[in-house]
Design a protein around this ligand. Structure first.
Ligand code: TMP
Length: 261
């Protein structure tokens, strides 16, 4: 699939056109940002790991009937995906209270929620992705009631599946962010899962030690982000044998690049 012109550049990914109008290429950058771009860095190898981890999770979700934009992974940093019109809402799903909710509502860090909580944020960097109520979505026509009902059902299935998947590899799924997109399939309007699911967009804690295996290592200056993301990939069974070479190459690539600087 030939890469065409750049259509959109976000904080961690770039979208390129292809010859097929319905398909685009999603490129995973090494850039890391936090607190709405206030904190920025480049972490070599992050894009490669997120590409693999997101591919793995989205393929698994596809198998349980969650329609999503992934067509296939093309290489270390790129995936072929279906072009969708992104619903301008970030859907945050929380199983355990940590991060912004603890500060916003004074909830004790680590409080296990009695059922998954869905929060909505308007996807608008200039406004700092503000938290909104479901009613705002309908008042300002950001999505229809039918779309949100469908999305909520998908979210709860995705959460159930992911909690189980991570529990099986000794990881607690604390919270995560999802995005959805509109697409026409066989002439019918549908909403499908889009964007990425990776340690950039999830909070993942080791089940026994509560060690953070996600982007909080960057947000909170804990260091060792690549070893943590590699640990997640290894436990998911993505990095072994031949793929281990990928991990080694990432390390080598980083040291080569550093030497050149
Ligand atoms: P928060 O506690 O900062 O609101 O984050 C909740 C979850 O959503 C956490 O897993 C990180 C993820 N997230 C994103 O992926 N992108 C974002 O822009 C924000 C604010 C959170």
């Amino acid at each position: 699939m030939k890469k065409g012109k750049k259509l959109y550049e976000g904080k961690a990914k770039i979208i390129y056109a292809t010859q097929d109008k319905a398909l685009v290429i999603q490129y995973f950058k090494d850039d890391a940002t936090a607190f709405n771009n206030q904190k920025k860095s480049t972490i070599e190898g992050k894009g490669v790991l997120n590409n693999r981890i997101s591919e793995h999770i989205l393929s698994n979700l596809s198998q349980i009937g969650i329609k999503n934009h992934l067509v296939k992974r093309l290489n270390m940093r790129e995936q072929l995906i279906k072009l969708v019109e992104i619903v301008p809402i970030e859907f945050i799903i929380r199983n355990v209270a940590t991060g912004s909710i603890t500060k916003r509502l004074g909830i004790e860090d680590g409080t296990v929620l009695k059922e998954p909580l869905i929060e909505y944020c308007l996807k608008d960097d200039a406004l700092g992705d503000p938290l909104i109520a479901e009613e705002h979505i309908y008042t300002f026509d950001w999505a229809t009631k039918k779309e949100i009902e469908k999305i909520k059902k998908m979210i709860l299935r995705i959460n159930d599946f992911m909690v189980g998947m991570f529990r099986g590899i000794g990881i607690k799924l604390i919270d995560f962010k999802l995005e959805f997109g509109r697409i026409k399939i066989n002439g019918r309007n549908e909403v499908i899962l889009a964007d990425e699911i990776s340690p950039d967009t999830c909070r993942l804690w080791d089940s026994i030690t509560d060690k953070k295996l996600d982007k909080d290592r960057f947000r909170k200056d804990l260091g060792d982000l690549i070893p943590a993301y590699t640990e997640v990939a290894k436990r998911l069974g993505i990095l072994h044998e031949q793929s281990n070479i990928t991990a080694v190459n990432v390390t080598k690539l980083s040291s080569v690049k550093k030497k050149r600087k």
